[in-house]
Write a protein that binds this ligand. Structure first.
Ligand code: NAD
Length: 345
């Protein structure tokens, strides 16, 4: 629902570096006069501190109303503690597609001209959290068991999403990444479904190939240009997206979108970066590129393109960069340079 062409949207700054990169991103969105009416909410550790809940009811209600969110990283305790709020958000709003484009923005890095899109299944696989320990002889953690779940319907939905996306964007090839040689049922169903759908609907429209996850990881660093769009199951997609971020200058440069039928949540691929939180040095580019994807999503690609151009010019013409990219700018200095670029062209 829009009022005066304004678009209600939920803003979750998140944990760790979340506040710093969200402030920087919002400053640039404001300079662009982006049409979002923000409803600020908390989740993750900030949710625990503010409302005693890593995913407060008010945050869920807000997204139910806006169906659109920009989200900073949310901390998840390792080992024990609460279940990931990211995973719960993806389940709650059936955000089945995790779209992670990776493009070279700064030339002269280890890999030139990277232009890859990873499509990750977001609701199934080993992320379901069906895990337990079996105690033996007084050791409560003697045996650990995890069950992954992939369904025909879930595989079909994400594979069709990948093909439709690839065709709409004029891409040449979709690579299905799997481990069906070992996990013959869990990832076999994914590969089998991809082959069926391709034969039925896409074989005359685009190329499909297949690669086993371990070989894919190696090929990505040997010759990433052989890939175009990759589609894979949840955990493999999680791991490969960080690897792919490494091809374009690191996690500070990698945006993502979680897309479902009734909602979309935009975020950086990276986490809350506790090692640099509060120091004012985080690179906000990934969240800004996610905001540009959000502008495309609400049919304002004009503003998305201006955001991307400002980022390109600030990094490459003005050469203002944060430390992770070899520069010396603080998060605030970089954001100020971007705002100036947006205002002055
Ligand atoms: P991380 O992505 O937070 O950090 C990995 C490394 O990359 C760190 O050295 C960090 O300093 C660096 N880094 C990440 N983003 C950066 C940026 N914007 N600018 C400069 N450097 C950056 O991964 P982690 O340390 O494994 O995870 C920390 C927390 O984040 C965990 O609680 C994890 O569960 C959570 N996490 C959340 C999300 C999400 O909200 N979508 C994604 C991944 C991890």
């Amino acid at each position: 629902m829009t009022t005066n062409n304004r678009i209600p949207a939920t803003l979750i700054p998140g944990d760790g570096i979340g506040t710093e990169i969200t402030e920087a991103t919002c400053a640039v969105l404001e300079a662009l006069e982006a049409p979002f009416d923000w409803d600020m909410q908390v989740a993750g550790m900030a949710g625990v501190h503010a409302a005693g809940d890593p995913l407060p009811a008010a945050t869920l209600d807000s997204i139910r109303r806006t169906r659109l969110a920009l989200k900073g990283p949310l901390e998840t305790p390792v080992g024990g503690g609460y279940r990931s709020s990211n995973v719960r958000l993806r389940e709650e709003f059936k955000l089945y597609a995790n779209l992670r484009p990776a493009q070279t923005v700064i030339p002269g890095g280890r890999f030139e001209n990277i232009d890859l899109v990873l499509v990750r299944e977001n609701n199934e696989g080993l992320y379901m959290g069906y895990e337990h320990f079996i105690p033996i002889d007084g050791d409560p953690h003697a045996v650990a068991i995890a069950t992954g779940v992939n369904t025909r319907q879930g595989s079909r939905r994400i594979i069709e999403f990948a093909f439709e996306y690839a065709i709409a964007k004029g891409r040449k090839k979709v690579t299905v990444v799997h481990k069906a040689n070992i996990m013959k049922a869990l990832t076999g169903i994914f590969l089998e479904t991809a082959r069926d759908i391709y034969a039925q609907k896409y074989k005359d429209r685009i190329v499909m190939d297949e690669v086993i996850i371990d070989a894919c990881a190696m090929k990505l660093v040997m010759n990433p240009w052989q890939f175009d769009v990759l589609v894979t199951t949840n955990l493999f997609g999680d791991i490969l997206s960080d690897e792919i971020a490494g091809l374009i200058g690191g996690l500070g440069m990698a945006p993502g979108a979680n897309i479902g039928e009734h909602a979309a949540i935009f975020e950086a691929v990276h986490g809350s970066a506790p090692d640099i939180a509060g120091r004012g040095i985080a690179n906000p580019t990934a969240l800004m590129l996610a905001a540009a994807m959000m502008l495309d999503h609400v049919r304002r690609p004009d503003l998305g393109d201006r955001m991307r151009k400002a980022i390109f010019d600030t990094l490459n013409v003005d050469k203002i960069r944060t430390g992770d990219l070899g520069g010396t700018a603080s998060t605030k200095e970089y954001a100020a340079a971007l705002v100036a670029r947006v205002k002055n062209g």
